[in-house]
Design a protein around this ligand. Structure first.
Ligand code: PLP
Length: 388
């Protein structure tokens, strides 16, 4: 019988240690020695598994976190990177050179890479939003190698149908990558729904404490094999110290995320009842447009929600500035609750028209729910909403 997710979070990939350590030791060394040239060549040529050089990922602590990461998504393999952006870059350069389609809204760094930087290398990219998505068939016929999307999206929490998009993409000969950072493996496992790759910014829920930067790419051994060389020579492998910290965090991932799901639901429901709130965007609310799909493809609705203050962007800024327990900071997924106003941070570079096209009003505030008590978070929002 396959162990459950919580068991895998604690035990998957952990190395047996001669001294009886209950978890993988941290090998901070950059290189590993051999008894003979023949032994060295066995590892260099891939005839035997072993440690060699840390930037290659051939380090026991790195290999250990990669086994744990793969097991979380039910993947054959995983590569661990020094950031989420590094994972995306290696994937795009390996499997996206024929062309990449990005569906729906995405993290600003991803959009910049796709819209501005990859085209400089001659890689065709297509960014399809909202009603443009009906053009997917037409764009695919131009010969696209990779379809990429986030679900839920940032910051409108739109839910994209992983199974349907994977079916259509595969019929057109394209591979499918899902950035599942907002959901975490506790709430969503895209490979089981037909995706070829899952990406995580481990900086968020997997790290969970706002104290590490890392990324992961999961998928089949065959599709991940060529990504290894790109990571090796781009030099974007995770550091062993960070791999050990990430493993420490993943051991508590399910308890953290399930609590964050429950608290986010309570905060969303309280904000729905607040007279100064115009809209609450949270997949766990029955009236939310993506609710039925989220129920089908997710095991939990997540710890992220957005609220739209009645009024304008300045009113929302006032609320953000009056919050005391929520910290004003542009990340997510940690134990401490955070607030951001997308028009001043993640979507600041876009014109107001472009933000409107993405369903992001200036009065929108994005909340990342941490592990504080729901009543304290709701009280903080209530007091911040009492502005003159
Ligand atoms: N994907 C999503 C959904 C993100 O929110 C972020 C960062 O905010 C990234 C990827 C990039 O991750 P990192 O900051 O670890 O490079």
């Amino acid at each position: 019988m396959k162990p459950g997710l919580s068991t895998r979070c604690v035990h998957a990939g952990e190395l047996e240690d001669a001294h009886g350590s209950p978890h993988t030791p941290t090998y901070t060394t950059t290189t590993f020695k051999f008894n003979s040239t023949a032994d060295l060549l066995d590892v260099v040529d891939g005839r035997k598994p072993g440690s060699l050089y840390t930037r290659y990922g051939l380090n026991p602590t790195v290999a250990s976190i990669e086994q744990k990461l793969a097991s979380l998504e039910g993947a054959e393999a995983a590569w661990a990177f020094c950031s989420g952006m590094a994972a995306e870059t290696a994937l795009f350069l390996t499997h996206g050179r024929k062309g990449i389609v990005c569906l729906g809204d995405a993290y600003g760094g991803t959009l910049e890479l796709l819209a501005t930087q990859l085209p400089l290398l001659g890689i065709p990219t297509h960014l399809l939003l909202g009603s443009d998505m009906s053009r997917l068939d037409e764009v695919m016929s131009q010969g696209v190698g990779l379809v990429f999307f986030e679900t839920p999206t940032n910051p409108a929490l739109e839910i994209l149908d992983i199974h349907a998009i994977a079916k259509l993409s595969h019929a057109n000969g394209a591979l499918v990558a899902v950035d599942s950072t907002f959901a975490s493996p506790v709430n969503q496992t895209p490979l089981a729904l037909g995706a070829d790759f899952v990406i995580h910014s481990c900086t968020k829920y997997l790290g969970g404490h706002s104290d590490l930067t890392a990324g992961a790419l999961m998928g089949s051994t065959e599709l991940l094999a060529p990504v290894w060389n790109w990571r090796k020579n781009l030099g974007t492998t995770i550091a062993p110290e960070i791999a050990a910290l990430l493993a420490r965090s993943i051991r508590t991932l399910p308890v953290r995320v399930r609590q964050q799901n429950a608290t986010a639901q309570a905060v969303a429901e309280a904000m729905m009842r607040h007279p100064r709130i115009a809209r609450v965007l949270y997949p766990g609310l029955p009236d939310f447009p993506g609710h039925a799909l989220a129920k089908k493809q997710m095991a939990g609705f997540g710890g992220m929600l957005s609220i739209e203050v009645k009024g304008n962007g300045e009113d929302a800024t006032r609320v953000a500035d009056r919050l005391k327990l929520f910290a004003l900071a542009p990340s997510l997924g940690g134990v401490e609750s955070l607030v951001t106003q997308p028009c001043t941070t993640t979507h600041h570079g876009l014109t107001p028209e472009e933000r409107t096209r993405r369903g992001i009003s200036d009065a929108l505030l994005r909340l990342s729910i941490g592990l504080e008590d729901a009543d304290d978070l709701i009280a903080d929002l209530n007091q911040a909403l009492e502005y003159e």
